[in-house]
Design a protein around this ligand. Structure first.
Ligand code: C2E
Ligand code: CA
Ligand code: CA
Ligand code: CA
Length: 278
């Protein structure tokens, strides 16, 4: 019921703002994209700041549109959410990411795969079954799968979310809170969520050197991670200065252009080979 309610709200909303023709064309195309296999995944490496090894990758979806070229998820995920296409799309993402993880495990058995879960998908009752089915089908070790959910997905649905997270825990699947720090989540709630990782939003990393405020927020999140006994990932790490600061503060992992941009699967394999022989 929740999901329907949300969809209706979003449709109403977009109607109010006047949906342009562009959107409708894109929506039609998005249907086809799924059928014609125009979606593809990029993988962005995550660096373990303690060991200097690549510990995992985040799967990031792209749409290879026949005329428009590579379309950013920022442009089509909201549309996919409004139309419900997000569900088949997310299922494809999850399955593809697991398939590729299985292959990566032949050479890198401890590599983690992080997959973004949208709020609409999260609120869908069948998601747990879908996850089970995909894990079974791909024979991936669930301990190396991490699902990323934002604070704004989890917090407004706290009792449901906690129950859901417990189900993931039972399956040994890892959970990360994405864009941490942007959602005004109630800190008193956080310790009740059985999570494994906090991802510091890139907006805090971006201004690390220019404003003192950001540095203290980042330090506070790293400290909080330590006291909650969860890992902390900094996203959007672009400079050596940011990298050094995070290492100094003993942040666990870093992800960003400074380490690598998101890569195609073949490029990722090349990257991993080179990284490990350095
Ligand atoms: P996100 O989960 O916060 O992903 C991080 C975004 O930051 C990615 O953008 C990534 O390419 C970008 N990024 C990585 N390193 C840097 C850096 O050093 N500097 C800067 N400025 N940006 C960096 P992308 O791939 O365009 O994805 C945007 C958002 O779309 C994601 O934000 C996520 O919310 C959503 N998204 C991407 N893939 C999926 C997916 O498969 N499913 C769902 N539901 N959402 C997805
Ligand atoms: Ca993410
Ligand atoms: Ca993020
Ligand atoms: Ca984000």
């Amino acid at each position: 019921a929740k999901k329907k309610g949300k969809n209706r709200f979003e449709l109403y909303n977009s109607h109010e703002h006047g949906r342009d023709e562009q959107d409708l064309v894109l929506e039609n195309d998005l249907h086809k994209a799924l059928e014609c296999g125009e979606l593809l995944l990029y993988y962005q490496p995550q660096l373990d700041l303690r060991t200097n090894q690549i510990s995992g990758v985040e799967a990031l979806v792209r749409w290879k549109h026949p005329e428009r070229g590579l379309v950013s998820p920022v442009a089509f995920i909201p549309l996919a959410e409004e139309t419900g296409l997000i569900i088949p799309m997310s299922e494809w993402v999850l399955e593809e990411a697991c398939r590729q993880l299985k292959q990566l495990h032949l050479a890198y058995p401890k590599l983690k795969m992080s997959v973004n879960i949208s709020a609409v998908h999260f609120l869908q009752n069948e998601l747990v079954e879908t996850i089970d089915r995909i894990l079974q089908k791909t024979a991936v070790d669930p301990r190396y799968l991490e699902l990323e959910l934002t604070e704004s997905t989890l917090m407004p649905n706290a009792p449901f979310a906690i129950e859901w997270l417990v189900q993931m825990k039972q399956r040994q699947i890892k959970i990360a809170i994405d864009d941490f720090g942007t959602g005004f989540s109630s800190l008193s709630y956080l310790h009740r969520f059985p999570i494994d990782t906090l991802k510091i939003d890139k907006s805090f990393i971006r201004h690390l050197s220019s404003y003192r405020g950001e540095a203290s927020i980042v330090k506070a999140i790293i400290e909080m991670g330590r006291s909650l006994n969860v890992s902390v990932v900094a996203e959007g790490v672009e400079t050596e200065k940011q990298y050094k600061f995070l290492k100094e503060q003993r942040c666990d992992y870093a992800q960003g252009y400074y380490i690598s941009k998101p890569l195609l699967f073949d490029e990722l394999q090349q990257f991993l080979r080179e990284w490990n022989t350095e």
